[in-house]
Design a protein around this ligand. Structure first.
Ligand code: ZN
Ligand code: ZN
Length: 828
């Protein structure tokens, strides 16, 4: 007998699952269902089916619809979700929602009908006239009565229709629901998101024997056709009677011609599932050049590991320009040839159309590319292709770690130190660490690749947890660039003025322009001026919603917040004291570009930062122009440091990349070392050797020194010693607990509740610091206080956090006011 109940994980911020009656719906564990939840319908994942009836007084609701006859999350992925929920203290339903990019297959539909009370109100308003309404905002009242009037027939009307017909706002509808004048109903349902295409098909009769005998051209049954109609029919005949409608539209005939043929019964239009078309691309032989001995060894080691079908984690530490990508692709091809599957994760910015084209060039239809500019429908399509085994390779950013690749044998995490792998909203998982857990469950191989591995991964490698493979040399024996440090304090003393560009850097850039070579200049701050200050009262202009100085963007004539996106006009006088001594201070990439134009009037200069790059295509466009030699100089933020391979670059200038060293963050040195190494690695990737001019105010800082000497081991050794002394990762686990509220008293009160509890609670082996104001005390309207927890024992840390969450719930601290960030990457 089939089971009567199912437990469902729902995407709500609650650490619990919900039981529903099955009532004959074809429910499967690991499949999706639509269920009623409070006033809504939600889509959830069935965790298990059972017959354990709840208590007698518990009234259970029934499943509304089952979406899947086979699981969308197999046992492995279900277990992975459970692990994430436990490890990151995230609600299970939210984890599963994040794992399944199938939002397109759930259609949210809300409808409204008038209530008895609403009908009464409508009649009264008609009788009493406008006199009774005068105490209310008349415009708002008009809007409300317009809705009631539209619903007066008593029908259930969909929100979209209602809003289109009456021009009403969500707010008005909410207010009417609150007054119980109308009733809101959630009718959300499953939706088929499969892309379809329209096919024109010729409706010819079966050829009769006579036709075959006399061989005459048959007339379509509807009689004579005009020239345009004949053209379409001829084309269809040539294509065995079937062509996509889009293709027929290319013919130079009026649009109406096809419609006429349909009306006359000559042609019919069929809707069919669209086949996935691999985008047209040039074939590139990215992996078919001879490997260096180190590349060959790395590849063989990976292949052996995959074949062994045992869990193995490998750190591939290769200097910039050592050909890591070629090794990845060769390993993935090997896996594909064995009929198995692989995943390649790349950082946010790494997945350009060019990279995608390369991948299609090598793997054709076997690759599914998951990037942020896909529509929901496209994302769902790629997901199903993988799930059905039609594609065996998934390439994508963070969430591609959940791709339903069949017989997954290999996961590669490129630039594993990149912070875009950590999700900065719930569930706050780290894709690199999830990749390791997933590989372990499948007895698969996971490879972490980087020129500048994270301290965590490097520590795992030298302690023997991961295998360590090195690519110590650049391909074709190209040397690493020579780095020259410029002490900006000396520069100031020598010239008596603050300069953004040192004399040395100007000299070197001049030389490159004369020689027709290219240069990149990094300034890791966007905008024109970093902040706006009043000379009279000393105040800087801050964001309305964050405790952050606004940045001046000259071209847009705006002040902007880089944290929440708030914008405002540039004030003429100080908003605080009214003085007009408002000054713009500090320099961002926009201003640097202007300064370079002034210093090198003939140079062609491009800029790459979040203001000029709004999507993958902008990124690709600027990079292509630079690669093609259409630009002499490229300035930009850390975006220019990420993995590009532009052979003409012989100079990299670094301006103000060490400011991060003064941030209150234990990862500041690691970040600076990584950024400096990555950007320096852009120089000298072609036949001419490269040079780096690194301007700094901290020339003796070890992060700067080791980066200048390309000394990875030296940096890691020193940084690991510091981390050990300070009890920071990788020697301890950390969690950042943020208490937030848009009302400061509430934030303080919640922080006080937790603070008191931490004080009173025994928590052996866990060090708790706080509560303290977060370094950014106000962000996106919320006031923020935090606790930093450190422990050598992950288990103790997590169990303390669990008890803390329970206590917070008992004390009525809403879960949405608490952020628990396990393995926090940023403490700001
Ligand atoms: Zn002022
Ligand atoms: Zn802001």
């Amino acid at each position: 007998m089939s089971q009567q109940f199912c437990d469902v994980a729902l995407p709500v911020p609650l650490d619990t699952t919900f039981t529903y009656k099955v009532d004959g719906a074809p429910v499967v564990a690991g499949g999706r269902v639509i269920v009623p939840f409070r006033e809504k319908r939600l889509q959830g994942i069935v965790l298990r089916l059972h017959d354990e009836a709840p208590g007698e007084n518990v009234k259970l609701k029934s499943v509304i619809a089952a979406l899947d006859s086979t699981p969308v999350l197999d046992e492995g992925l279900l277990a992975l979700g459970t692990w994430i929920a436990r490890y990151y203290l995230a609600p299970l339903g939210e984890v599963y929602r994040c794992m399944l990019p199938l939002g397109a297959e759930f259609k949210q539909v809300v409808a409204y009908s008038i209530s008895e009370r609403g009908t009464e109100a409508l009649y009264q308003s008609a009788e009493v006239g406008s006199s009774r309404r005068s105490h209310l905002d008349p415009e708002r009242q008009m809007a409300e009565y317009a809705v009631l009037d539209y619903l007066a027939e008593g029908e259930l009307v969909r929100e979209a229709t209602l809003r289109a017909a009456t021009g009403t706002t969500r707010e008005t509808l909410r207010s009417l629901v609150a007054k119980k004048w109308i009733v809101r109903e959630d009718l959300s349902t499953a939706r088929d998101a499969r892309r379809t295409m329209k096919i024109a098909s010729l409706k010819e009769d079966e050829p009769s024997p006579q036709d075959a005998n006399d061989g005459a051209c048959r007339e379509p049954r509807a009689g004579k056709l005009n020239a345009n109609q004949q053209k379409i029919v001829t084309h269809l005949r040539a294509a065995e009677g079937r062509l996509p409608v889009d293709e027929l539209r290319q013919l130079s005939v009026p649009k109406t011609t096809l419609a006429t043929l349909v009306r006359r019964g000559v042609v019919e239009i069929l809707e069919e599932p669209a086949a996935f078309a691999v985008p047209a691309m040039k074939q590139r032989n990215t992996i078919d050049f001879p490997f260096t001995p180190a590349q060959q060894q790395a590849l063989e080691r990976m292949n052996r590991s995959v074949e062994a079908r045992q869990f193995q984690a490998i750190l591939l530490h290769g200097v910039t320009g050592s050909g890591k990508t070629a090794v990845y692709l060769a390993a993935m091809r090997q896996v594909l040839n064995a009929g198995r599957g692989s995943i390649l994760l790349v950082p946010e910015i790494g997945l350009t159309p060019r990279v995608a084209a390369d991948l299609y060039g090598i793997f054709g239809e076997q690759v599914a590319i998951l990037h942020s500019s896909l529509s929901d429908d496209e994302r769902a399509e790629q997901w199903h292709r993988l799930s059905r085994g039609e594609a065996r390779i998934a390439v994508g950013t963070r969430s591609a770690v959940f791709a339903p690749v069949q017989d997954l044998a290999l996961i590669i995490v490129d630039e594993e130190q990149d912070h875009s792998y950590k999700q900065d909203e719930a569930p706050r998982y780290h894709a690199r660490d999830v990749a390791a857990v997933r590989a372990k469950g499948l007895k698969a191989t996971v490879v972490f690749g980087s020129a500048t591995p994270s301290l965590e991964s490097y520590h795992n490698a030298i302690s023997g947890k991961y295998a360590l493979l090195r690519l110590p040399d650049r391909v074709q024996q190209r040397p690493l660039p020579e780095v020259e440090l410029i002490d900006m304090r000396e520069e100031f003393q020598a010239s008596g003025k603050e300069h953004l560009l040192s004399r040395r850097l100007i000299e070197e850039v001049t030389l490159r322009i004369e020689r027709g070579e290219q240069a990149m200049i990094l300034l890791n701050r966007r905008g024109y001026s970093a902040f706006v200050m009043c000379r009279a009262c000393g105040d800087t202009i801050q964001c309305r919603d964050c405790a952050i100085a606004l940045t001046h963007h000259k071209r847009e004539h705006k002040l902007m917040c880089h944290y929440c996106g708030y914008q405002q006009a540039i004030p003429k006088v100080c908003p605080k004291c009214g003085s007009d001594y408002v000054q713009f201070l500090g320099t961002g990439s926009e201003k640097l570009e202007d300064m370079l134009h002034a210093a090198f009037p003939t140079a062609r200069i491009g800029r790459m930062d979040r203001d000029t790059v709004r999507g993958h295509h902008d990124f690709e466009r600027i990079l292509s122009a630079f690669t093609a030699g259409e630009l002499d100089l490229l300035v930009g933020t850390q975006m220019i440091a990420k993995g590009h391979d532009v052979h003409g670059v012989t100079l990299v200038g670094v301006v103000g990349a060490d400011t991060a060293l003064s941030l209150p963050d234990f990862r500041a040195a690691e970040r600076t070392f990584q950024l400096l190494t990555q950007v320096a690695g852009r120089a000298g990737r072609g036949s001419s050797p490269g040079r780096v001019v690194l301007q700094t105010y901290f020339p003796e800082h070890y992060a700067v020194q080791f980066a200048a000497h390309h000394d990875f081991e030296g940096f890691y050794e020193k940084e690991l010693r510091f981390r050990g002394w300070m009890h920071y990762p990788p020697f301890t686990s950390v969690a950042n607990v943020i208490v937030r509220s848009d009302q400061q008293e509430l934030a303080l009160r919640y922080a006080g509740i937790l603070g008191k509890w931490f004080e009173g609670e025994r928590h052996e082996g866990v060090r708790v610091m706080g509560p303290a104001a977060a370094p950014i005390i106000r962000l996106k309207r919320d006031y923020r206080y935090h606790f930093l927890l450190k422990s050598a024992s992950r288990e103790r840390l997590n169990s303390l956090l669990r008890v803390m969450l329970r206590h917070a719930a008992e004390q009525h601290v809403p879960r949405s006011n608490l952020v628990v960030d396990v393995d926090a990457i940023s403490l700001l």
